[in-house]
Design a protein around this ligand. Sequence first.
Ligand code: EPZ
Length: 434
Amino acid sequence: MDVFKIEGGHSLSGTVEAGGAKNAALPIFAATLLTGGVCRINGVPDLSDIRFMAKILRYLGARVDQVGPHTWEIEAQEVHHCAPYDLVRQMRASICLLGPVVGRLRRTEVSLPGGCVIGPRPIDLHLKGLSRLGCKVDVRNGYVEVDGSGLCGDYLYLGGRHGSTVTGSANMIMAAVLAPGTTRIESVACEPEVVDLCQMLVKMGAKIHGIGSHYLKIEGVKELHGCEHTVVPDRIEAGTLLLAGAITKSSVTVQNVIPGHMRALLDAMESSGVPFECKPDQRQISVFETRATLKPVEIITLPHPGFPTDLQAQMLALMAVTPGLSFITERVYPNRFMHVPELLRMGAHVSMEGASAVVNGVNRLNGAPVMASDLRASAALVLAGLAAEGTTWIQRIYHLDRGYEELESKLNLLGASVERLPQDALPSDLIEDS
Ligand code: EPZ
């Protein structure tokens, strides 16, 4: 297992490029099961989650070839219907195989994904949606068994206690595109990644109306054909890179970004006084060096277009070094604060009140040995390490590799000092008990 050694206090400068969105590429990979034709996907980030989804698709019978650093070709002439526990449990997002396998084969068996550190990760809305579309859904021995012989278009409402569901929406859309009749989905997620999936499905011959809104009308078709598609830029990676510039009070330009996908983050940055400029026509955003003291903010995470939960940890890191009281509330994953105990080790002043963090910003964090726990918490610790005085060691950075392609290379290109080292490079007093 690798570790990061970060020497903090460097100011950054320069230009980096965001990759394609992991959370678009994963359902898009799953959607290739809907056709026997060849799908060529460009702009795919080189991540462990992507390689894992490719492994599952091969297990299900598809031909999956990486034909370039960020280009894959997938052809699912034959598809098996069962995705086993030992594969699915390793990546929750594999639940988005439910919809396309039911749509293509009219049956599936997918292991229940289980929870993760950010929360229980239920799939009740996914199962309710499939039932509304005429499927017989049983949960038995840790598996979801779906008999989709009665699959047919219908009306379904996807709102839950925490708003809509992103992969649940992807699943319902992918089941509906081949369902006889018309499907109307109310309270569908409209994250840019769901929009990107819909745009690829339309290229494959699907009939989807209302893309980008919370209401979709889908006219089922008999079959879909292959296509070529380029994955939408990753707004979460782009936001993380912009916040790296903000937390080090540096000038950083991020390319391959769509400002219209990041309005909530940009609004928060503006409220805090982070100087930035958007150039939508050039698909780029720049933050600028500043000597001004940033202002604390109040953030509440919500489904898109609200403030994305996937940038909450990174924003909290910035507020940890912004003097004054900031209030950060999670309305999507109330327990998603695994980064807080680690930031406290670096000298942050944060107290938890239920699903809200009260952040009393300090002038400077101190480098310390910390532990990554999940993908976005890891990113927050990297940002904190960049701004801290001294050395920060981050263990278990395999969490980071799930969602960031060569983050250390991009940050070092900007002037940071982030070394990826083997676990045994850790100072002896830090090595975890085996
Ligand atoms: C997607 O997860 C993303 N993952 C997550 O990104 C992201 O944090 C999340 O959407 C919210 O934006 C992928 O797209 C692969 P949800 P998903 O279903 O679809 C509750 C990252 O860091 N809910 O939209 O699993 C659920 O408990 C990852 O890149 C139900 O109650 O999230 C949560 O509170 C982490 N019942 C809320 O809804 C359900 O059936 C949002 O969940 C489904 C969800």
